[in-house]
Design a protein around this ligand. Structure first.
Ligand code: GAL
Length: 426
């Protein structure tokens, strides 16, 4: 085996095996029921790459889509299935929920996908940070496979609308507020937003990272630190949320995220704050960054909110399903798959050795920023997308954020309620 040195997310140099990414042998007779929430245009186009690869390798795919951005609905369906003793062969899931399911005893042993991971040396293909998110049994065995790294803290904007109004991409929250006010007086909706709890939380975490800074973000969303939650900084974060609310339109409550992206694509609205799956919608419509739309991280001190999409493999009976799990794991970690899938999805590969030359400027920027922020303390897990905190704590924060956004609750009251609600979940 050839070896090469590559940099991990955390900036460490490790030895990486050079693999072709060929599928794990023995696809014939493989079956998989796959639970996911990828139902928008860009998401479906990306998922098709996996479906097609699975079929090409002799697998039989049973689709189990549960619509609903952010996956809250999918997680409820998944829970019902697992509790009923009938888990899907593979399920889209993220972060600490993977280990939480393992603690319930429904994932392994045996951890069948770990055999594939060992044979293909996944440890050498992933940063230790991403690899650990995929491991069960005290972080010793792979029980899930990663397909990408999404960044959350992005502004997306319609280039024509910005250019026509003499606005450049904002590099501070004050600049954004000023641009939004200018657009509003020109009759344009400044911020396309769908006020669903997970979308409010998505915007909230970008604002918290920007206004609070990296350490504040970590204290609140990684350490669940009570004093940070009810601090004056948190009150400022809620103040900015109130300002942003004023830039949304009346149709915002309940709107799906991809409909909001569509408003930016059509020029009805100028900006959207959303993870880079939004870029999957732009590219799926044939639009190009720098020509039709702009991408720029939301203002922060070189922060980067990451979100790794992955699939968990529960304990399964039946050789065809076990084969299905192994084949899926192998395909997901394939080098070419990670390139093609992510070109559609808007994200960047989780594998460290995928060349970025075919990716667009947004993805290249994301990869460079990720490395920089990993070295300087800005790389933080997304709370809104389940990469940190328990589901109960995440839910408690999300509920307060969305209640504040959709009412006249004061920022002070919201910060206090958040701390109280989180305390009850710890
Ligand atoms: C995220 C997920 C993305 C995208 C988005 C909208 O949580 O990581 O892949 O699907 O939700 O549904």
């Amino acid at each position: 085996m050839l070896n090469q040195t590559v940099k991990t997310l955390a900036g460490f140099v490790v030895s990486a095996g050079l693999f072709s990414g060929a599928a794990f042998a023995g696809g014939h007779g493989a079956q998989a029921e796959v639970l996911h929430w990828w139902t928008s245009g860009g998401e479906a186009a990306a998922l098709k790459v996996l479906k097609d690869d699975f079929a090409k390798n002799g697998g039989e795919w049973k689709d189990m889509p549960v619509a609903g951005g952010g996956g809250d609905a999918a997680m409820q369906t998944l829970k019902a299935r697992v509790v009923a003793g009938d888990p899907p062969t593979a399920a889209q899931i993220k972060g600490p929920s993977i280990q939480a399911w393992d603690d319930e005893g429904v994932v392994g042993p045996p951890y069948h996908v770990d055999e594939v991971a060992k044979a293909e040396n996944w440890d050498s293909l992933l940063s230790s940070q991403v690899a650990n998110h995929m491991k069960c049994d005290g972080f010793t065995k792979y029980c899930a496979a990663p397909v990408n790294i999404h960044r959350i803290d992005w502004f997306w904007a319609n280039k024509k609308v910005l250019d026509a109004n003499g606005i450049s991409m904002p590099t501070s929250w004050d600049e954004f507020n000023a641009a939004a006010r200018k657009l509003q007086s020109a009759g344009i909706i400044p911020l396309a937003h769908g006020s669903q709890p997970w979308q409010d939380a998505t915007v909230f975490e970008a604002v918290a990272l920007g206004i609070g800074g990296n350490d504040f973000y970590k204290k609140v969303f990684v350490d669940a630190d009570m004093s940070a939650m009810s601090s004056p900084t948190m009150i400022k974060v809620f103040d900015q949320m109130r300002t942003l609310k004023g830039f949304t339109d009346e149709g915002s409550p309940g709107r799906d995220w991809n409909v909001a992206t569509g408003m930016v694509m059509e020029g009805k609205a100028a900006f959207q704050i959303m993870g880079d799956w939004a870029k999957g919608e732009f590219t799926n419509a044939g639009m190009k960054p720098g020509i039709d739309f702009y991408c720029l991280p939301t203002p922060s001190d070189h922060g980067y909110l990451y979100n790794v999409d992955s699939f968990i493999f529960y304990s399964m009976d039946g050789q065809s399903k076990i084969k299905g799990q192994k084949l899926l794991g192998s395909l997901m970690m394939g080098k070419n798959f990670q390139k093609v899938f992510n070109l559609y999805k808007g994200s960047i590969p989780a594998r460290l050795d995928v060349p970025m030359d075919e990716f667009d400027m947004c993805a290249k920027g994301s990869a460079a920023d990720l490395n920089y922020s990993a070295m300087t303390g800005g790389l933080q897990p997304s709370f809104a997308h389940g990469m940190t905190l328990s589901l109960a704590t995440k839910g408690a924060i999300q509920d307060v954020v969305t209640e504040h956004f959709n009412s006249n609750m004061s920022s002070k009251e919201a910060a206090k309620r958040m701390a109280d609600a989180v305390q009850d979940t710890l």
